[in-house]
Design a protein around this ligand. Structure first.
Ligand SMILES: Nc1nc(=O)c2c([nH]1)NC[C@@H]1CN(c3ccc(C(=O)N[C@@H](CCC(=O)O)C(=O)O)cc3)C=[N+]21
Ligand SMILES: [Mg+2]
Length: 295
């Protein structure tokens, strides 16, 4: 494959994190505060622990105030809601992220509804979802924001392009569709009941795969010259037992046809964390009433 086709999310994310860190240092110097992020992890899911560790590391590297709350899987709904209420009231915390999914028995929607929308750096609160679809100011989910930043960096103007998003989750598919619509793309949201999915995908100038099925999107689903964004993170078994990460796209096949494509790992994943830092910076500035720096 031609290396110039690769969209290097890892490198872009490093740059974005460095710009966020510089902006945070500037805030500290000029206004005397640091953005603060609280990450809440309930239970002991190993994958979630890995993600939370990388979020905490990014928080420290950005020079933010960081707090990590690790709660046992036996935590009750009332205990979790009480923690969120404390974080809502904490003046040093400007962003609250409750790692999803929650253990069985806990109601994620009720928890998200409790988060102060101004601190909802995941962009999942109904107020932020409404703001996104109506074009009002709010906080945008991190993975979708990361995808659109990568697309604009590679393609410039997105207006008029045909975008097909496979997947309609609240965390990824729907908000990506909203963001691409706001960029004046013609957006199709495809899903498990879509008829002739390969033919629908072949219409896409921009193809976003967010289904959570390893290597589902084949090379002949990709229109020649299209830009492919692979949001999938799937661990598949290998003979050595360690497993390997693959996306929702059959990478080698798709890369042969596409003009640009994100790898997994090293594509969208690192952008999610960088955008969490960007959202925390944005939330902190809005709460403090100071201008949001362009990063
Ligand atoms: N409330 C909430 N918000 C989230 O944003 C959220 C969540 N819950 N639960 C889990 C998912 C998953 N997620 C990822 C973040 C970083 C990478 C990432 O950095 N991936 C690296 C590699 C990771 C690896 O090697 O395992 C990459 O793609 O290159 C992946 C996935 C955020 N999530
Ligand atoms: Mg990736």
């Amino acid at each position: 494959m031609d290396a110039s086709k690769l969209i290097d999310g890892k490198a872009f994310a490093q740059g974005l994190r460095a710009r966020v860190a510089a902006a945070a240092a500037e805030l500290q110097a000029r206004h005397g505060f640091r953005p603060g992020l609280a990450v809440v992890l309930v239970g002991d899911d190993p994958a979630s622990q890995v993600y939370v560790r990388s979020k905490t590391k990014a928080t420290e590297e950005a020079g933010f105030h960081g707090v990590e709350h690790k709660l046992p899987a036996s935590t009750t709904q009332a205990e979790l809601m009480a923690l969120v209420a404390r974080l809502n009231a904490d003046p040093d915390v400007h962003g609250i992220l409750v790692q999803l999914p929650l253990p069985a028995g806990l109601d994620a929607a009720a928890v998200v509804a409790t988060i102060d929308p101004r601190k909802d750096v995941d962009g999942l609160h109904a107020q932020n979802v409404g703001a996104l679809w109506s074009g009002a100011e709010g906080l945008v989910p991190c993975t979708p924001l990361g995808c659109v930043l990568l697309l604009k960096d590679r393609l410039g103007q997105l207006a008029g392009r045909n975008a097909v998003v496979i997947g309609r989750s609240a965390l990824v598919g729907k908000p990506i569709a909203a963001l691409l619509l706001a960029e004046n793309c013609t957006v199709t949201v495809a899903h498990s009941r879509t008829k002739d999915l390969p033919a629908v995908c072949r219409q896409a100038d921009i193809l976003v795969a967010a289904v959570g099925r390893a290597e589902m999107v084949k090379g002949d689903w990709v229109k020649p010259g299209a830009t492919v964004i692979d949001v999938g993170i799937n661990r598949v078994p290998t003979p050595d037992g360690k497993g390997r990460l693959v996306g929702d796209v059959a990478f080698a096949e798709a890369a042969a046809v596409a003009s640009a494509i994100t790898p997994v790992p090293g594509g969208v994943g690192p952008m999610t964390i960088a955008c969490l830092m960007r959202n925390t910076l944005t939330a902190a500035c809005r709460i403090k009433g100071v201008p949001v720096p362009a990063v």
